[in-house]
Design a protein around this ligand. Structure first.
Ligand SMILES: CC/C=C\C/C=C\C/C=C\C/C=C\C/C=C\C/C=C\CCC(=O)SCCNC(=O)CCNC(=O)[C@H](O)C(C)(C)COP(=O)(O)OP(=O)(O)OC[C@H]1O[C@@H](n2cnc3c(N)ncnc32)[C@H](O)[C@@H]1OP(=O)(O)O
Ligand SMILES: CCCCCCCC/C=C\CCCCCCCC(=O)OC[C@@H](O)COP(=O)(O)O
Length: 366
């Protein structure tokens, strides 16, 4: 193990990264709160400010993937579609199979310049997660309760508000509705069988209602659906903890741009269209399992320095006062204060979320 790799595996480094993320995140949440009066004066200005503030948070996680772990992200796509990425609004349909798939999505958003404005149809519980969830509130993220009787109206209303959004955005939809596990897959395939639909090997049966309402609400706003299929080389199962430990993964993403006009307007036809799409996605995963690559040419966008620069900025700003505090603590010579501080840090380490102790985000309570 080289020196740098040894350094990346040190708990102290993880503590520093998390400290910068947590403290800067809370400061940014507070700044977002301060933009509330701006909404009254100019909604578009408030939105533009919040896009940049959100970038300061999400790009730290992207920096962990791109710069700290050095994870490589390869994009397979049609060269004719490539110049349009980042230059139009789009609905992204992505498989939900990995703990860090959202982060790979964010990484592509960063490379195409739409990270601050990226959106998702997320479960309501995530709105209460400090930092990320609170940031999403100001980004007008669309939340669902996964109860169609309620979501039908609220999801449509939230999406309608995005029609005059001032910057290009990608709207992510995990049509499977939950992360893939063998148990969920088994249940899902029983549903497929009862509906007379072909079985899928690598995906759960897609939930069609959210897709239909999204496409209908964003007609005239989004230009296309980006059908995206993600996998990792060598059967890697990446985790956030792995990234924090500096483990380098290799993500491959296959994207097909489908103009929105090609998607049926009728709800039933739209559902059939989505089921067919997932059968195709399944065949791409089969191709990947057999050949280790997706079909089509590679058009990988390079990583940009901004996520790293943002992280260095917040680190300098927040590590300086921490350094001063520690110096004062040690020079105070008070054994009680030093022991109390060590105890607080140990307690904080014990209370860290499951991701840092190796279990999955799925274990977080709803
Ligand atoms: C160039 C680069 C391109 C791309 C880069 C990639 C990405 C970057 C883009 C953006 C990034 C932005 C942000 C990312 C950041 C973070 C994201 C993190 C987390 C969010 C993750 C989540 O929260 S996922 C959970 C929430 N989302 C969803 O659920 C969406 C999908 N669900 C739906 O659409 C649902 O329809 C619904 C939620 C709208 C409503 O749900 P409800 O359950 O009430 O209704 P349904 O119709 O779905 O269910 C009833 C029908 O389903 C049948 N059924 C029952 N059991 C099952 C089963 N196990 N599987 C499938 N179907 C089932 C049932 O029979 C009913 O059928 P009917 O025929 O009667 O309708
Ligand atoms: C600079 C990096 C510092 C690292 C610190 C990392 C701290 C991470 C904190 C928060 C990350 C929150 C990310 C939100 C995305 C969560 C994805 C998710 O949980 O999706 C839910 C989905 O599966 C469906 O769930 P269900 O099992 O169906 O209900």
């Amino acid at each position: 193990m080289g020196f740098l790799q040894l350094l990346k595996s040190q708990f102290l480094c993880h503590l520093i990264i998390c400290y910068v993320f947590l403290v800067s995140g809370l400061i940014i949440n507070l700044l977002q709160l301060c933009t509330l009066p701006v909404w009254l004066v100019s909604k578009q200005l408030a939105r533009r400010i919040n896009i940049r503030l959100a970038y300061c948070i999400s790009s730290q996680m992207v920096a962990t993937l791109e710069w700290w772990s050095g994870t490589e992200c390869t994009l397979y796509t049609d060269p004719k579609s490539y110049p349009l990425y980042g230059k139009e609004n789009a609905i992204v349909v992505l498989n939900h199979s990995f703990e860090i798939d959202f982060l790979c999505g964010w990484t592509f958003c960063e490379r195409f310049g739409v990270l601050g404005s990226s959106k998702v149809l997320a479960k309501k519980q995530l709105a209460y997660v400090p930092i990320i969830g609170w940031m999403w509130y100001f980004l007008e993220i669309v939340f669902c309760k996964r109860k169609w009787e309620e979501d039908r109206r609220t999801v449509n209303e939230s999406l309608q508000k995005l029609r005059d959004y001032p910057e290009n955005f990608w709207f992510l939809l995990y049509c499977e509705g939950t992360r893939f596990t063998p148990k969920k897959h088994q249940v899902s395939m029983q549903v497929a069988e009862s509906k007379g639909l072909p079985k899928l090997k690598y995906h759960l049966l897609p939930r069609t209602k959210g897709f239909w309402v999204t496409v209908q609400s964003l007609r005239g706003t989004a230009a296309a659906v980006y059908d995206s299929t993600l996998n990792f080389r060598n059967n890697e199962m990446p985790t956030l903890l792995g990234l924090l430990n500096g483990k380098k993964y290799h993500a491959d993403l296959y994207v097909r741009r489908i103009p929105l006009e090609l998607i049926p307007e009728d709800e039933k036809e739209c559902a059939e269209w989505l089921h067919k799409l997932y059968q195709e996605k399944d065949s791409f995963q089969e191709h990947y399992a057999k050949t280790g690559r997706f079909p089509g040419p590679i058009m990988s966008p390079p990583r940009r320095p901004w996520s790293l620069i943002n992280w260095l900025f917040w680190s300098c700003l927040l590590l300086y006062p921490l350094g001063l505090l520690l110096t004062q603590l040690i020079s105070s010579g008070s054994v009680f204060t030093i022991v109390a501080s060590v105890a607080v840090c140990s307690a904080a380490a014990d209370l860290t979320p499951p991701i840092f102790t190796g279990s999955s985000l799925d274990d977080w309570p709803d």
